[in-house]
Design a binder for this molecule. Structure first.
Ligand SMILES: [Zn+2]
Length: 213
């Protein structure tokens, strides 16, 4: 019995399932750094790697993922999950490892896509914020964590008191977005120091500042 997936691939050709890895946590917890570390390790192992990021994340590089400590890895910038598919599917047979950074910017269809890629034998490594600036679960990361083979939940250091931080604190008003970089607009906070950010326009929580190249 064969099953054809949305990628056009016939499942019967791929008997060995792949793997889904999720790296979650607040800002400044080293998620991108861990993603880059894993993908560079795969490259050293001679695996063919393709990495994606959302075009909503303009913090550092247009065509690379970057960690706060300036490590980079080339990445394809896409607008959404459909854009990711249109880049990935023509190359799918030649790709073994797929990285996705800032996955909270992608819609929930990233979950079935990840499962499909896993069924095709791919290794998918996904990094993203697991909570919003209000402290709520940030789709689609929670669902990805649920279906993953491995979940790494990183913590940062509270910038107020030094305790382990699980939250991302948004500072100031949204009008300051274009003026200040990520380091001035957000802080990692522990549970005691966190003050949930409330914005009547919930979509603003998807914004990150467009700064520096
Ligand atoms: Zn604290």
């Amino acid at each position: 019995m064969s099953q054809t997936l949305s990628s056009g691939c016939d499942l019967s050709n791929h008997s060995t399932p792949g793997r889904i890895e999720v790296i979650a946590g607040p800002m400044f917890s080293g998620k991108s750094e861990e993603l880059i570390r894993r993908l560079k390790g795969a490259q050293i192992a001679k695996r063919r790697v393709l990495c994606f990021k959302s075009n909503l994340d303009a913090r550092y590089h247009r065509t690379a993922i970057a960690s706060h400590n300036s490590q980079t890895l080339d990445a394809q910038t896409v607008a959404n999950v459909e854009g990711l598919k249109s880049v990935l599917f023509p190359l799918i047979d030649g790709i073994e490892v797929i990285g996705i950074d800032e996955a909270q910017f992608f819609d929930p269809s990233l979950v079935p896509l990840s499962l499909e890629l896993m069924q095709l034998g791919k290794r998918i490594v996904i990094a993203g914020l697991d909570t919003t600036f209000s402290g709520d679960p940030f789709p689609p990361i929670p669902d990805l964590m649920a279906v993953a083979d491995e979940v790494v939940k990183l913590s940062a250091v509270c910038m107020q008191c030094g305790a382990p931080a699980v939250h991302t604190q948004r500072l100031g008003s949204s009008q300051s977005l274009v003026l200040v970089g990520a380091a001035g607009l957000y802080e990692a906070r522990c549970r005691a120091c966190f003050r949930p950010y409330v914005d009547e326009n919930a979509s603003e929580q998807l914004e990150l500042p467009a700064v520096v190249s």
